[in-house]
Design a protein around this ligand. Structure first.
Ligand SMILES: [Fe+2]
Length: 184
């Protein structure tokens, strides 16, 4: 009986097989790109958590809760990508997370960063979809479709929040209305 002693050996043994779901294994390129994206999602989660605590310090608990929910969502996205990788015979990695920004000059700047962040994530998912197409990896293309659609909503909602937050800068106390609205 041959003992398989390492994860690398298991991978070599599996590389000639199809995956549990019957599809072919992820290409090394795609595996690397998906792991890079997992890191993006974890970083996004940390960024939103930091935004949440920024608002908690101002006792704007509605906005803080909103960003905490966003943070949890990003973590869920990371785990969804990781589970997909496992199904395709890949090796997902839990990344180290960069310390996010913790303070902003004005409340509206947080919303501007959140909007830029969502646009950047959208661009990265688009790039993954292009790589999947180049690789002839239809399964990953289909997997990414849901994220592409979701990002359209995320970017639109981040833009709306930015516009409202910007309008409220004419009178500082008005941010409390956004806090009421967004916290519901
Ligand atoms: Fe995400």
């Amino acid at each position: 009986m041959v003992l398989i002693r390492s994860a690398a050996a298991v991978r070599r043994a599996l590389s000639t097989m199809t995956t549990a779901s019957g599809g072919s294994m992820l290409s090394p390129n795609m595996e690397k790109a998906l792991n890079a994206h997992v890191a993006e999602e974890f970083n996004a989660s940390a960024t939103y958590l930091s935004m949440s605590f920024y608002f908690k310090n101002f006792r704007l608990d509605g906005i803080a809760n909103f960003f905490e929910k966003e943070s949890l969502e990003e973590r869920t996205h990371a785990v969804t990508f990781m589970n997909y990788m496992v199904k395709r015979g890949g090796m997902p990695q839990v990344p180290s997370v960069k310390a996010p920004k913790a303070s902003w000059p004005k409340h509206v700047d947080v919303f501007a960063d959140a909007y830029e962040h969502e646009k950047s994530i959208s661009g990265k998912i688009q790039a993954l979809a292009e790589l999947a197409e180049k690789d002839g990896d239809k399964s990953t293309g289909v997997f990414l479709d849901e994220f592409i659609q979701m990002q359209i909503e995320e970017v639109a909602s981040a833009k709306k929040n930015l516009i409202i937050a910007h309008d409220y800068t004419v009178m500082p106390g008005l941010i409390r209305h956004l806090d009421d609205m967004i916290g519901k």
